[in-house]
Structures are given as structure tokens and as C-alpha cells.
Design a protein around this ligand. Structure first.
Ligand code: FAD
Length: 827
């Protein structure tokens, strides 16, 4: 509130009333067109334009024409007439100026004669204040990260009061501007830090709501300015009253505790715990959460509320260059800066121009404040809630000082609301113009001003009030830039965060770096089917897909993972090479599987090797790759985040629900597609596996029927398995567990010593063929291109990279089609 007060105080404090040059002597008569008066005060009510002049007759008989910035003496002064054709001598306003004090007894303009050749000084009052705002935001934002929010709030709120009062006692223009500059610095520091303070005290769910309402209070400050301006017409008294209005905040500030988040970032755990305990008491919670719990929440993904990588303890310091670390982030940074610019431009233009809007200045400003509150609470908060305003860089850096981000900009979860924001802003500007036109028409006596005002439209507004439309044009221009930027970046939503969804999202950003990719999923690792999988690269055959295509998918996947296995990232990604045997009780139909030349060292097993498995007559030895699934999924997520892809917890009930937010949707929902798109060809094949600790098992063993297998990974050994068609049960079956264990032990008796046995169940999303195709959804003429990539059954890991690349290619086709249709539409 106090920031709203000081930011807008100049609206009435620096207003320029009607004025003319001072008279060069005592006046006996004044003429203004056909009206005569004895005092200039009687003329002001008739004064309509700055082009006007008054004719004054002095007591010594001289007749002068008095303009705003000059005065001229008539050479012939026989009779007092308004029009005069004779000679005149022009003089400067050496006797000062006379001001219309009917509305404002005194303003800084009248106090220091900031008119005519000193008018530019008046025009500098708000820009210098705004410069202070800019510098204050940067300086105090940074200090608050170093010294804490509480101290900066104390200092800046006290500073607001002191400088606010000091402004009223400044003795000339320069001291006035200087003190206001300092006031601007502390006010903006206060605003930035108070915003961070509030957001750091509320949970993720309420953060948007709370941060929006901080700004609603700013709007209340604007309303207070209107009220005080109405009641007090002398600038310095007005300034004192406004500053006194901030006293309750100054006093309250001293009672505020430091935020737990900042305390944690400073490793002041005990202090943080005390604050949490107080919060719990206030909220009537009997068992306050422990600092350790808060730490884990803080380290969560700030938007989804989900746990992220394991390396959260890192406290890497970030700077502004991180906002341009890659194209995705840079594009968002520029977009959000443009939004800020556009929003701020419009916000201050409309607020500060309220005096010139026509009608009652005080009411105008009051209504503008009210409109902002109404807007925030009714629309803004909903829009922002949908798009999120939490600083976007925090997605990538979990303990990053918040002020650094707030000072720069906020994050938007989805890019589409940027358009909505621009549109909403335009709506406000149009509303103001309409309001203005209506007001003017009402003044002209129009019978039905509201309708007329609307019909009058922009053209009418331009003639009625030239200033605002020009600014509105600027607003439109920046909005246009925003749209161009937006158009250049197709928005792609990938639904699903299993191995298929994450790898598809990665392939899309790799193939189309300018795309804005978002992953939406109701479950992330470790809660997906992909987390249950053994992750062995041994393909499963899809009867409905040509073998050469399957082979291509497998080869691409193998090559990709092989490269990772040879890199320094192998252990983090959970990828390693593993050798072993696939054994058969009878000779298989096809001696060489289609993928035999895609794995390494494929060969028939030797007699000596087969002796290890006395019940088996034939076998194949080869080396393939294995993914430890949860680490691999986390590694994929990390890569996505580094590429600027955002991830959100969201259950999608119908793909169409995404049409207003995204240009293209990619469906990677695995078995979820059965319900999501009603695919009856998709069915679950339930699989139960055991994850055990048996580090001595180095080679894989797989029964050729695919039912029993032992797959050693980096972190443990997966023992399988089962294939229960059409079973939707996710509960482990103890009988099956024993059966799997016995079967595996008969292949590898040493497994009897295995420890730490965990049972997992997953539903393989099975189909005759992987659904990898484009589709266009359409409703009421609106189209939504969709790319499906699901139905990988028992071989999702084996072909994930190949199918993801194909899906990314299909997305590329959709983008080309969209661009084609949009240029067609423009033509
Ligand atoms: P999922 O991992 O199930 O991911 C689907 C995602 O979509 C999830 O994040 C889910 O939350 C999300 N989702 C679904 N519906 C919605 C919705 N409406 N809104 C939002 N989000 C939604 N394959 C191999 O190649 N090698 C193996 O060794 C292997 N072993 C396996 C062992 C077992 C026991 C099982 C069960 C499978 C095995 N697989 C193996 C197969 C492999 O696990 C699957 O093919 C693969 O995990 C499928 O991945 P996906 O991303 O399509 O599905």
C-alpha cells in the first residue's frame, strides 16, 4: 500500500494547473473574449485552452495581452478590446506566473514555477522517480539476499517514512527531486522484498494467490492517493498525510520475523524451526513440520511440488546471465521482460494520466485503483494462477536467491497466457479509452453515452483525447512484438513422463530448439510403469509393425545408449553394458533374431557355456545394454530441464482440453491412453518383478520364452517375471513372488543368498503395433494436431529412442502444417 501511495503521489503533487504570466502592475480590468472581470480568479472557469490569452488594463492605463509564457504591451491603449491589430512589444514573464488555485492550492509546479522554459523540469519528476525505482529494485533485491528480507523491509519501510516526510520539507526543485529519488529507491526495494517475503511465507499452492494480492494492496495505495488528493490541496501537506498513512506499516514491519526460506539458505536451522513453530501455533497445527521436512519441500520442484534430482544440496550461485543460458530460457526471459515492459508501461500510463482523462481527477484515479483490484481478484489471479508466476529460473536452480529472479521477471508456466496477458491488458486500455470517450460524450449531452461511447470506437477516442491512444499504440506495438515472439515458438505439450514421454520431449527440443516444450503428467518417476521395467535392451516383437522399422528403432536406441555407456554420464544415467545368455529348451523357430546384428558379439552359446543350464539345449550369447530405469528417467528429466523444458503434474482427462494452451499435443501416456483416447486395441499385460541385492551376479540370463529372467543392473538385479494379459491389478501377488524367485534360483542358484527383495508391478501398454501416428482433433472449426506415441508393450526401453525420434519428426510435420495454414490464413 505504501508503495502504491508513493509511486502515484506525483499525480496530484506535480500537476500543472492553468496559468498565465504575472501581471506587470495593479490590474483594474481583465477581459477574456466577451467577459470582463476584476480578478483573474473569475477567468479560470472560462479558460479552455492553453492558446488563450487575457487582456488586462492596469491602473496606470496600460493594456497588456497576457499569454502563458509571454506578455505583450499594446502600443495603443485607447480602449479595452479583446482583439487588437496594432503594434505590440513582447516581454518575458519576469514577474512570475499566476496560477489557477481553484483545484490545487499549491503544487510543486506552482511552488517552483516549473512551467514554460522550466516545464522540462516538471516532466523529469516522474522519470527520475522511476529511475530510483529501477536502481532500488536491483540494489535492495541483492541486499535482501545477502542480509535477509526482514532487515531490508525494516530499513526500506523506515526509509519510506523518513524520505516521504523529508520530501515535504525540501526547499527547492533539486532537493525535491533528490529526496524523491531516494524515496523511490527505498520504495521499490520495499516492494520487491515485500513480494518475496510474502511468497516465501506461503506454500506453493497459495503462492500465486498471495503474490497477486500483494499487488491488489498496491492498488489500494492508489486509491488512498485519490482520497488524500481530494481532501488536501497543498502539495507538501498532501505529501505529509500520504507519508503518515504509511506509519502503521512502518510499525508493523518491526514485528515481522525472517522468512524460513532465507534462514534455511543461511543454514540457520534453529531460527527457521522457531518461525515454523510460530506459524504452526497461528495455524492451530499441533505438530509443526520439522526443518528437515521443509528442506525437502524447498528442494522440490517449486511448481509441481514434486521431488527432483538428487543433487539438490548444491548451492550454486546464479547471476543474470543464467537467464540467457540457452535459447529456451533466453526466449522466455525476453518474452517475460516484454510482458513486464508492456504491463508496467500500461499500468503507469493509465494511472499517471488519470488527471488528464477528463471528468473528476480524484474519482478517475480512485476508479483506476478499484479496477486493478477488481482485475486482480476477478481475472488476474485466475490467469496468473493458471500460468504461474513463480520465478522461472527457480525451476533450474533450487536455492537460488529469490530476489535475483523477482528483480528480473517472473516465470510463466505456460507461454500461452502471455497472449492472454497481452489481450487482457489491451482490454483494460480499450476500456479506459471507452470510458474516456463515454465521459466526453456524456459531457456533450449525448443521450445514451455508454452505447455511443462503445460505438464511437477508437477513431472517436483519437480525436477526443490524443494522448492516450498514442500510448495505447505503443502498448499495441509491444504486444505485437510479444505475439511475433510467441508465433515463432510453437508450443508442444508432451503428455506422459515415462521413458517414452521424456525421451520424446527430448527429441523434440533437439530437433526443434525454438519449440516451447512442456511435459504434463499425472505421475513422474518413481511412479511410472517405466520405473518398474527391467530396462533390458532385448526387443519385443510387435506383430503389426514391419520388422525393418522395429530394427531401425532398436538400432537407434542401442546406438544412443551405447554412446552414453561410453561417456562420463554412464553411471548417473544408469546405463551399462551387460553380457549373458538367452537359453532355450528346444531350438527356436528363428535361429537368428532380427536384432542379432544390432547387439554386440551375438553368437551361439558354446557347449561349455550350456553346461551351466542342464535343462536347456540351445542358447545365444551376446552383450547388450541395460538401463537402471529410475536413474535413467531422472537423467532424462535433468536433460529436459537444462533444455528449458518445463514439467508439471497434471492429469489430462481429454486431449482437447489442451487446445487453448498448446499448438501440438504428443500423447505418450502408455496404458493411460486406454482411457484418455479410448483405444480399445490397447491392453495391459501385467508384469511382476523382484528387485534384489545380489552384486555377485554379473551376467544376464533369460529363458527364451521371455518369462524368466535375471538382469543385473548397476544398483541391483531384476528377477522376472510374469505376463498376465488384460490384468489391471497393480497389487503384488505373494504366490507369484515366490514362483518368480524359485524360477530364477533354478537358473542361478546363488540367488538364494539375495537380500533386500522388493516386489514391483507394472502394466505393459500392449498393442499389435506401437501407435506412432499423427491425428488432427477438431471441434467447431478449431484444430489441434496430435502425435500419438504409445503402446510399446514389453519393449519400451528397447525402442524408446527410435520411436521418440519418429514422433519428433511427426511433430515437425505438424509444425510445418501449422505454419503453412497460418501463412495461408494471413494471405
Ligand atoms: P509409462 O511408463 O506408463 O508412462 C506413461 C506416463 O503417462 C506416466 O507418466 C503416466 O503418469 C502418464 N499418464 C497416463 N495417463 C495420463 C493422463 N491421462 N494424464 C496425464 N498423464 C498421464 N521394456 C524393455 O524394453 N525392456 C525391459 O526389460 C522391460 N521390462 C519390463 C518389465 C516389466 C515388469 C514391465 C511392466 C515392463 C517392462 N518393459 C520393458 C516395458 C516398458 O516398461 C514399457 O514399454 C515402457 O515403460 C512404456 O513406457 P511409457 O512411457 O509408454 O509408459
Amino acid at each position: 500500500m505504501s508503495c502504491g501511495i508513493h509511486y502515484l503521489a506525483s499525480v496530484f503533487m506535480a500537476v500543472t494547473p492553468n496559468f498565465v504570466c504575472g501581471f506587470p502592475g495593479n490590474v483594474s480590468n481583465i477581459l477574456f473574449h466577451n467577459s470582463s472581470a476584476s480578478s483573474i480568479q473569475d477567468i479560470w472557469t472560462l479558460w479552455t485552452s492553453t492558446e488563450n490569452y487575457v487582456v488586462v488594463q492596469l491602473e496606470n492605463g496600460e493594456i497588456w495581452e497576457i499569454n502563458q509564457c509571454s506578455r505583450s504591451k499594446r502600443e495603443v491603449s485607447l480602449d479595452l478590446a479583446y482583439e487588437y491589430k496594432g503594434n505590440k512589444s513582447v516581454f518575458s514573464c519576469s514577474d512570475g506566473f499566476l496560477y489557477d488555485d481553484t483545484k490545487w492550492k499549491s503544487t510543486v509546479v506552482t511552488q517552483w514555477d516549473l512551467v514554460c522554459d522550466r516545464e522540462w523540469l516538471a516532466k523529469l519528476i516522474q522519470p527520475t522517480f522511476m529511475l530510483g525505482v529501477l536502481i532500488g529494485a536491483v540494489i535492495f533485491g541483492d541486499i535482501a539476499d545477502r542480509l535477509g528480507r526482514q532487515r531490508v523491509i525494516w530499513f526500506t519501510s523506515a526509509g519510506q517514512f523518513v524520505f516521504g516526510i523529508a520530501v515535504a520539507f525540501t526547499f527547492d526543485y533539486y532537493s525535491f527531486v533528490t529526496v524523491r529519488f531516494l524515496l523511490a529507491m527505498v520504495s521499490s526495494g520495499y516492494l520487491v522484498v515485500a513480494f518475496v517475503y510474502v511468497t516465501e511465507f506461503v506454500g506453493i499452492k497459495a503462492r500465486t494467490w498471495a503474490s497477486m494480492h500483494v499487488h491488489a494492496f498496491f492498488a489500494m495505495g492508489i486509491m488512498i492517493v485519490a482520497l488524500v488528493g481530494f481532501l488536501v490541496r497543498t502539495w507538501w501537506v498532501y505529501q505529509i498525510f500520504l507519508s503518515i498513512a504509511t506509519v502503521p506499516f512502518v510499525l508493523c514491519c518491526w514485528m515481522l520475523p525472517e522468512t524460513p526460506f532465507w534462514l534455511l539458505s543461511e543454514e540457520r536451522y534453529e531460527d527457521a524451526q522457531k518461525v515454523i513453530n510460530t506459524m504452526a501455533r497461528w495455524n492451530k497445527v499441533n505438530t509443526p513440520c520439522k526443518v528437515s521436512e521443509l528442506c525437502s519441500v524447498q528442494q522440490d520442484d517449486p511448481v509441481s511440488g514434486r521431488m527432483g534430482e538428487n543433487d539438490m544440496s548444491s548451492t550454486k550461485k546464479h547471476n543474470i546471465l543464467d537467464l540467457f543460458c540457452n535459447w529456451q530460457i533466453a526466449r522466455r526471459t525476453i518474452t517475460v521482460w516484454l510482458i513486464w515492459f508492456t504491463g508496467s508501461l500500461g499500468y503507469y500510463v493509465f494511472s499517471l494520466s488519470s488527471v488528464s482523462l477528463g471528468g473528476n481527477e480524484y474519482l478517475n484515479l480512485f476508479l483506476i485503483g478499484l479496477q486493478y483490484i477488481n482485475y486482480f481478484s476477478k481475472y488476474g489471479w485466475k490467469i496468473f494462477n493458471r500460468c504461474g508466476i513463480w520465478p522461472y529460473i527457480s525451476l533450474h536452480s533450487r536455492t537460488v536467491p529469490n530476489n535475483c529472479k523477482i528483480t528480473c521477471c517472473w516465470k510463466w508456466k505456460h507461454d500461452v497466457p502471455c497472449r492472454k496477458c497481452g489481450c487482457s491488458f489491451l482490454c483494460i486500455s480499450e476500456k479506459c479509452l471507452d470510458f474516456h470517450a463515454t465521459w466526453q460524450l456524456k459531457k456533450k449531452g449525448c443521450a445514451c453515452p455508454w452505447t455511443a461511447g462503445r460505438l464511437a470506437g477508437c477513431a472517436e477516442n483519437h480525436t477526443l483525447f490524443p494522448q492516450l491512444p498514442v500510448l495505447s499504440e505503443k502498448v499495441r506495438f509491444f504486444f505485437l512484438c510479444l505475439c511475433i515472439l510467441e508465433m515463432a515458438a510453437p508450443k508442444v505439450a508432451v503428455v506422459g513422463a515415462g521413458v517414452i514421454g521424456l525421451s520424446t520431449a527430448l527429441c523434440i527440443v533437439e530437433a526443434c530448439p525454438s519449440c516451447s516444450v512442456t511435459v504434463l503428467s499425472d505421475q513422474f518417476s518413481p511412479n511410472t510403469t517405466s520405473d518398474v521395467a527391467a530396462g533390458m535392451l532385448i526387443p519385443h516383437t510387435y506383430p503389426g509393425t514391419p520388422i525393418h522399422v522395429q530394427k531401425q528403432w532398436f538400432k537407434e536406441t542401442f546406438t544412443y545408449l551405447f554412446a552414453i555407456s561410453n561417456s562420463a554420464e554412464a553411471s548417473e544415467a544408469g546405463i551399462h553394458l551387460v553380457s549373458g545368455w538367452q537359453i532355450f529348451k528346444s531350438t527356436p523357430k528363428e535361429e537368428l533374431p532380427f536384432w542379432s546384428d544390432a547387439v554386440l558379439d551375438f553368437r551361439p552359446m558354446s557347449e561349455a557355456e550350456l553346461q551351466k543350464f542342464p535343462q536347456y539345449r540351445f542358447g545365444q550369447a551376446f552383450t547388450t545394454l541395460k538401463c537402471d530405469c529410475p536413474p535413467y528417467l531422472l537423467w532424462l528429466e535433468k536433460r529436459l530441464k537444462a533444455a528449458g523444458v518445463q514439467t508439471y503434474n497434471r492429469k489430462v482427462s481429454d486431449l482437447w482440453e489442451l487446445h487453448s494452451e498448446y499448438d501440438i499435443v504428443v500423447n505418450c501416456t502408455g496404458i493411460g491412453a486406454h482411457q484418455l483416447v479410448g483405444d480399445k486395441k490397447l491392453f495391459p499385460v501385467r508384469g511382476q518383478v523382484l528387485k534384489v541385492y545380489a552384486p555377485w551376479v554379473k551376467n544376464f540370463i533369460r529363458d527364451g520364452d521371455g518369462l524368466t529372467y535375471i538382469y543385473p543392473g548397476i544398483q541391483g538385479v531384476t528377477l522376472g517375471g510374469t505376463r498376465e494379459k488384460e490384468s489391471w491389478s497393480l497389487s503384488p501377488n505373494p504366490g507369484t513372488t515366490k514362483d518368480i524367485f524359485d524360477r530364477c534360483c533354478s537358473l542361478e542358484p546363488s540367488l538364494r543368498e539375495a537380500q533386500d527383495i522388493k516386489v514391483k508391478v507394472g502394466l505393459r501398454p500392449s498393442r499389435q503395433s506401437v501407435r506412432l501416428q499423427r491425428e488432427v482433433l477438431s471441434q467447431g472449426g478449431v484444430k489441434l494436431p496430435v502425435v500419438h506415441n504409445y503402446g510399446h508393450g514389453a519393449g519400451g526401453f528397447s525402442v524408446h529412442r527410435g520411436t521418440a525420434k519418429e514422433a519428433a519428426r511427426l511433430v515437425g510435420e505438424c509444425i510445418a502444417a501449422l505454419r503453412g495454414s497460418s501463412s495461408g490464413a494471413k494471405l
